[in-house]
Design a protein around this ligand. Sequence first.
Ligand code: SF4
Length: 352
Amino acid sequence: MSNAAALLARSVDRPMRFMEVCGTHTVSIFRNGVRSLLPTEISLISGPGCPVCVTSQGEINAAVELARRPGTIVATYGDMLRVPGGSSSLAAERAAGRDVRVVTSAAEALHIAGENPDRETVFLAVGFETTSPATAAVVREAAEKGTSNFSVLCLHKVVPPALQLLASDKELQIDGFLLPGHVSTIIGEAPYRFLSEEYGIACAIAGFEAEDILFGVLELVRQIRTDKPAVRSLYRRAVRPDGNTRALKLLDQVFTASDASWRGLGVIPASGYALREPFRIFDAPGKLGLTVTEAPVPDGCRCGDVLSGLILPPECPLFGTACTPVNPVGPCMVSSEGSCAAHYKYQGSEIL
Ligand code: SF4
């Protein structure tokens, strides 16, 4: 690791601004004290890489509304429980007696539907390309079994369109992206190429150890210094250039691209998934008459600016006062991969 840090110190000759796109990278950077190893010319900012954090306020409200419906079971990943909606959270609804269950997989949600044939089980499908193939597989399984009491509130997000939005933002001035390793195992390298080809931004796919991240940053510096922006994978042990073709085929079979609402970034064209025929019968809003609408975020919350790299979490006026991990105001303070939670936990105590 010191080798990579020493190489970096010798290589950087101008200010450079890099965004790590993945929440797992954000946490690893804090946990391993990576920032303290970087030359001062390099700024590392966090991006919209935490799936819970980018879930919009309107989507949280819709999940709460589902939980309040009699005869409904809401199955969700644990990180979604404490995210505050406009008037409540799934945790509060559960405390009030609604049937909200924490699952660790989409398959577990389908299993719950099988055990409760007289009630509707709705799976809250959040996450990026990493988790969406598992949702697709379960929807296909539900279709094969003819399950009629299972549906999905599909909140999945697709990463490259969000990167396009950030790349085209003149205010952000991103010189390089540290691309997410997990997402890349599914989509491969090609979907990112527009970043280097159209925007001239350096790109490196990196793993999650401190050394992986440092070598990723070193690769970004190398591309900038040689003026040869490209998409380079340093995570070859997990990422094939064309991704996971079986997972991509499954995604294409079950989903079609749709516009999606990202917290703080707004509606981004073709950045989400909608169920395609014949799987639309599992679409919770369509099946249950639910409308997912835009909704305002809590007063003072700057999650959107944190997610787009415009500010660091401590610059939010609520950070550490009105908003803490015990009493979170926004999802960035709730999620284990949230940038605010990572800053709060590790600030001033980055370790090596
Ligand atoms: S400190 Fe809280 S309110 Fe402020 S941006 Fe972070 S999560 Fe949102």
